[in-house]
Design a protein around this ligand. Structure first.
Ligand code: PEP
Ligand code: MN
Length: 338
């Protein structure tokens, strides 16, 4: 930690800071410049609270040197982590495209969707049984009945299933239904109690980025899960809120290389919730793969016009198939496969 003293800090104020550093079991390193005194606190930074120094007389500002996220940091694991979902790797050379409808509607809809996901060459399927809707009057998802339909449909093609957990009280049910990957949605990225609970299970977690979350907040949210013992975390960039209103959200492509540098964990991208329109999905998906994403989460519906949720952004089965072909060429260009 670095403590910058105010211009006219007195020797007594400097000594008081040094005493506090020593009391915490760290060593001080005092640099006296012509204008400022800067004090470095050397040792385990977690033993001192920056706020404690910020309020001391004569202190201008306090800066942490080490990162607050430890387990998810690339410093703790220089090689990238590969997370296996029933043997399917996420984070390795092969890019995984997880596709399926926004919400689970009927058994038929799920069967046709599963057929289309498999036919397009995707190896995992998505579908929401519990939907976080802006309006309490909008369709909220089929709940447990939806999980039944999902398992039935995906089972026919042996596709692992990805579905969102909104309420910690449903976690046991998710375990009973053997949900393969638990999605924590954008709106719950900082639901710390939920993060702690999914940190105690051994299922891979897709952690979506909050609508207005910084990269640091997102990494810290992942650290909550990791701190509980579950290190199988996959980051999912799904667009953030900005001043722009021409599209649903702004896909933060920059976050992909930044996260890949900061964390050893896989990073996937959801181009559907980013753009909010089906016609934008191929361009955003391609950009994500080119920028180094380890996978994609893409909404697809057998008949988008009839979708109960997010109809505008769902690809048709044929559009998904076509997208997979174009992604193959981009993946190869960046040394990956699809
Ligand atoms: C979803 O993937 O179904 C979803 C609701 O996404 P987000 O949490 O990113 O809005
Ligand atoms: Mn959706």
């Amino acid at each position: 930690m670095i403590i910058v003293m105010q211009h006219h800090a007195s020797d007594a104020e400097i000594s008081a800071v040094v005493d506090e550093i020593r009391k915490a079991g760290l060593q001080e390193h005092v640099s006296r410049g012509s204008e400022l005194v800067i004090i470095g606190a050397i040792g385990d930074e977690d033993r001192i609270n920056p706020g404690h120094f910020e309020i001391m007389a004569g202190v201008e500002r306090v800066t942490r040197v080490t990162k607050q996220y430890k387990i998810v940091s690339r410093d703790s694991h220089p090689q990238g982590s590969v997370i296996k979902v029933r043997g399917i790797p996420i984070g390795g050379e092969q890019i995984q495209v997880i596709s399926g409808p926004c919400s689970i509607e009927t058994q038929d809809q799920m069967n046709i969707s599963a057929d289309a996901v498999a036919a397009a060459g995707c190896r995992m399927m998505r579908g929401g049984a519990f939907k976080p809707r802006t309006s309490p009057y909008a369709f909220q998802g089929l709940g447990i009945e939806g999980l039944e339909y999902f398992q039935q449909a995906a089972g026919r093609h042996n596709l692992p299933i990805v579905t969102e957990l909104m309420d910690v009280r449903m976690l046991d049910t998710f375990m009973e239904y053997d949900v393969d990957v638990i999605q924590i949605g954008a709106r719950n990225m900082q639901n710390f109690d939920l993060l702690k609970e999914v940190g105690r299970v051994n299922k891979p977690i897709i952690l979506k980025r909050g609508l207005s979350a910084t990269v640091n907040e997102w990494l810290m949210a992942a650290e909550y899960i990791a701190a509980g013992g579950n290190h199988n975390i996959i980051f999912c960039e799904r667009g953030i809120r900005t001043f722009e209103t021409a599209y649903r959200n702004v896909l933060d492509v920059t976050a992909i290389p930044v996260l890949k540098r900061e964390t050893h964990l896989p990073v996937i991208v959801d181009p559907s919730h980013a753009g909010g329109k089906a016609w934008m999905v191929p361009a955003l998906a391609q950009a994500a793969v080119a920028a180094g994403a380890d996978g994609l989460l893409v909404e697809m519906h057998p008949n988008p016009c009839d979708a109960w949720c997010d109809a505008d952004q769902a690809l048709t089965p044929d559009e998904l198939k076509a997208l997979m072909v174009t992604l193959g060429a981009i993946a190869n260009a960046v040394g990956r496969t699809i």
